[in-house]
Structures are given as structure tokens and as C-alpha cells.
Design a protein around this ligand. Structure first.
Ligand code: NDP
Ligand code: GDP
Length: 338
């Protein structure tokens, strides 16, 4: 009998890669998607796996819907990847974010507790929990200090998962994942926004793009590496919390430079603050401008993760690093734009 995995957020970046990974491991994959007026399975289509997944209408806001799905699907493993996942959006929609990204976790855990507490549960926690980080690098014992409604909602999701583990003996694990990117990353996230824009500039379809804070730093890894870590956590002897990261931290400015370098352009920076401009050194053309619209009410300045526990206990390590990641995303966007 095939193992059955139920994934919420199947239409998202990680949902698509995790589904592909589990299909390769011979799982039967059931994917939860939100009913929309126009269905969007573009990521699953891009991976060519839409027809190999059983798709079920799922909303994390509706416990009765979740309970029915768990009763009917009877998965061995549930991966909760569904969330309002965009930090900037969470400042504009704090209550929705709290409900979906926070309370939604309890809704799903309740369904599991009621139907079958033997089901294994994975919660998509995040480095945004560390926010205004208290120590560098951050590991599983670093105190949390979230800086956005998204981070606060995820903090709730994180602790309710631990609470259900301790209260009901459910195999409930959290992956504290640092930013992970790919050609399937949502276009509004900064890495993909930049690779998409640089590809279009290179092909003469765009003059310049606008960006927010340039000197914030993130630990960026490759989504395909990270979904393997999720699965490894679910195969472990005991439920636990694990950081997945690359242990490298780079700024948005560096990401822009690496991307332009890849297409043979060197960027020179002029001016300061909102007047700063990025210019193509050769032509003098402005290719990057600052737009304060992209500033956030509270910022996470710098993150870097220590994944040594995952390495030691799960044998997990990232394969793709920062520069290779930027280049593979840019290549994919150049292809798409052609
Ligand atoms: P995406 O934004 O690409 O995907 C989020 C998914 O959640 C989408 O499928 C979305 O559906 C779904 N969703 C939104 N609202 C609901 C709802 N009410 N009910 C059910 N599903 C819903 O995120 P990623 O794939 O990048 O991330 C996966 C998870 O990991 C998320 O929980 C995210 O917060 C977390 N995470 C991500 C990190 C990253 O760097 N990518 C880092 C750390 C944590 P729809 O397509 O209809 O909008
Ligand atoms: P996050 O780490 O989950 O918030 O992922 P994002 O990719 O959305 O943002 C990473 C960092 O890039 C944050 O500190 C943002 O403030 C910063 N940033 C700077 N300019 C932009 C921009 O134009 N868009 C986005 N999304 N982020 C930007």
C-alpha cells in the first residue's frame, strides 16, 4: 500500500516541489487547494504533475472542511504549507493573516486530533520568528522576536504545534525554514522580483525596476533542497523542531549585483536613501530605483541560520548556495521571457 500524504498549500512554491518529491518516493499525494473563480495550478503544471495528484478543495479557515478531508483521505502524513505567506501583505491584512496563518494551524490540528492522532503533522514555521534577531546565527534555541503580523501568526502556529505534541502525543514537528527560493517563487518576493526584472531588462522589455530596502540580509536557500528536509523530519524517530538554512547571509543589493553580473552588466550605485540609483556602468542607464512603497512598517534587518541540528540528526544539508541559486532562477526567467 502506498503511503498517503496530504499537503495544504499545494498551489504554492513548496507545495509543488514537495508533491513532486513525494511522488518520486511513491506516495499517493493529495493536495489541498482553495476554490477560486479561476483555478491556478500553474506550478504543478510547470512540473508536469497536476494529473498525478488528487486535488481537494481545502480552506484552512474551515474546521469542518478539514475534518471531513482528514476523515475521508486518511493520510499518514499531513504537511501544513498553506498560509498567507507574504510579509508585506500581512501588514495590510493582519487579521486575515492571523486567521489563516495562525488559527488555521489549530483548525488542522483539531481535525487530526479528532479523527486520528496517529497522523504525523508538519508545520511550516519560519525564520521570521527570529525577526529582530537576538543572536547570530539563529538556531532552535534562539529566542523569538517576530516583526510582522505574519511573523506573529507563525509564532502562534509554531507553539500550538508544540502544544498538540505535548498535550496529545501527536507526532507534530516544525521546520523553522529560512527563506527558500526557486523559479517557482511568487513574483512579489524580492529574489524572484529581481530575477524577473533583470531578465526583462536584458531582453529589452523593461527599462528599470523599483525596490525597497537594499541592505537587509537574508539566508537564501533552494526550495527543492528544503522540501527534502520537511520529509526527513517526518521520518525521524521523534517529533521535534529543526532549522533549515544555508548558514550564509547576503543583502538584497548583492542579489541585484549577482543577477546583473550574470548577464554581463556591472551595477554602480549613486546617491543615498530614497534617492539612491543603480546604474549600468557601461551605458550609464538607470536600472534600479528606490520606491518607499516597498518599505515595511517594521523590518527584519538580518538573518542567518545554523542548521547543524538538522545535519546531525537528519543528515540534511543544502546543495545549492546563494550564487548558484540566483543564476538558476535568472536562467529560468530568461527562458520564460523569451
Ligand atoms: P506560497 O505563498 O507560495 O504558498 C502558500 C499556499 O497557501 C498557496 O497554495 C495558497 O493558496 C495557500 N493558502 C493561502 N490561504 C489559504 C487558505 N485560507 N486555506 C488553504 N490554503 C491557503 O508559500 P511557499 O510555498 O513559499 O511556503 C510554504 C509555507 O512555508 C508557507 O506556510 C510559508 O509561510 C512557509 N515558509 C515559507 C518560506 C519561504 O521562504 N518560501 C520560509 C519559511 C516558511 P493560493 O495559491 O490559492 O493562494
Ligand atoms: P521575507 O523575508 O519573507 O519578507 O521575503 P521577501 O522576499 O518579501 O523580502 C525579503 C527582504 O527584502 C525584506 O527585508 C524586504 O523588506 C526586502 N525588500 C526590499 N525591496 C523589496 C521589494 O521590492 N519587494 C520585497 N518583497 N521585498 C523587498
Amino acid at each position: 500500500m502506498k503511503k498517503i500524504a496530504f499537503i495544504t498549500g499545494i498551489t504554492g512554491q513548496d507545495g509543488a516541489y514537495l508533491a513532486e518529491f513525494l511522488l518520486n518516493k511513491e506516495y499517493a499525494v493529495v493536495g489541498g487547494f482553495r476554490r477560486l473563480s479561476t483555478p491556478n495550478f500553474s506550478r504543478l503544471d510547470e512540473l508536469g504533475i497536476t494529473n498525478r495528484i488528487r486535488l481537494v478543495e481545502t480552506d484552512l479557515l474551515d474546521t469542518s472542511n478539514l475534518t471531513r478531508i482528514i476523515m475521508e483521505v486518511r493520510p499518514q502524513e499531513v504537511y501544513n504549507l498553506g498560509a498567507q505567506s507574504f510579509v508585506a501583505h500581512s501588514f495590510k491584512n493582519p487579521i486575515l493573516t492571523g486567521n489563516v496563518t495562525g488559527i488555521g494551524v489549530t483548525n488542522l490540528l483539531e481535525a487530526i486530533r479528532i479523527v486520528d492522532p496517529g497522523i504525523r503533522f508538519y508545520q511550516a514555521s519560519t525564520s521570521e520568528l527570529f525577526g529582530q534577531a537576538r543572536e547570530f546565527p539563529q538556531n532552535e534555541n534562539t529566542p523569538f522576536y517576530p516583526r510582522s503580523p505574519y511573523g506573529v501568526a507563525k509564532l502562534y502556529g509554531h507553539w500550538i504545534t508544540i502544544n498538540y505534541r505535548e498535550s496529545y502525543n501527536i507526532f507534530a514537528s516544525t521546520g523553522i525554514l529560512f527563506n527558500h527560493e526557486s523559479p517557482l517563487r511568487g513574483i512579489e518576493f524580492v529574489t524572484r522580483k529581481i530575477t524577473d526584472a533583470v531578465a526583462r531588462i536584458q531582453l529589452g522589455k523593461l527599462d528599470h525596476f523599483e525596490i525597497g530596502t537594499l541592505d537587509v540580509k537574508r539566508d537564501w536557500g533552494y526550495a527543492k533542497d528544503f522540501v527534502e528536509g520537511m520529509w526527513l523530519m517526518m521520518q525521524h524517530d521523534v517529533p521535534d523542531n529543526f532549522v533549515l538554512a544555508t548558514n550564509e547571509s547576503h543583502s538584497v543589493r548583492e542579489w541585484i549585483e549577482v543577477c546583473f553580473n550574470y548577464v554581463g552588466k556591472r551595477i554602480v550605485w549613486e546617491g543615498i536613501g530614497i534617492k539612491e540609483l543603480g546604474k549600468d556602468e557601461e551605458t550609464g542607464k538607470v536600472v534600479v530605483k528606490i520606491n518607499p512603497e516597498f518599505y515595511r512598517p517594521a523590518e527584519v534587518e538580518s538573518l542567518i541560520g545554523d542548521y547543524s541540528k538538522a545535519k546531525r540528526e537528519l543528515g540534511w544539508e543544502p546543495n545549492v548556495r546563494y550564487k548558484e541559486l540566483a543564476e538558476l532562477m535568472l536562467r529560468a526567467d530568461l527562458e520564460k521571457q523569451k
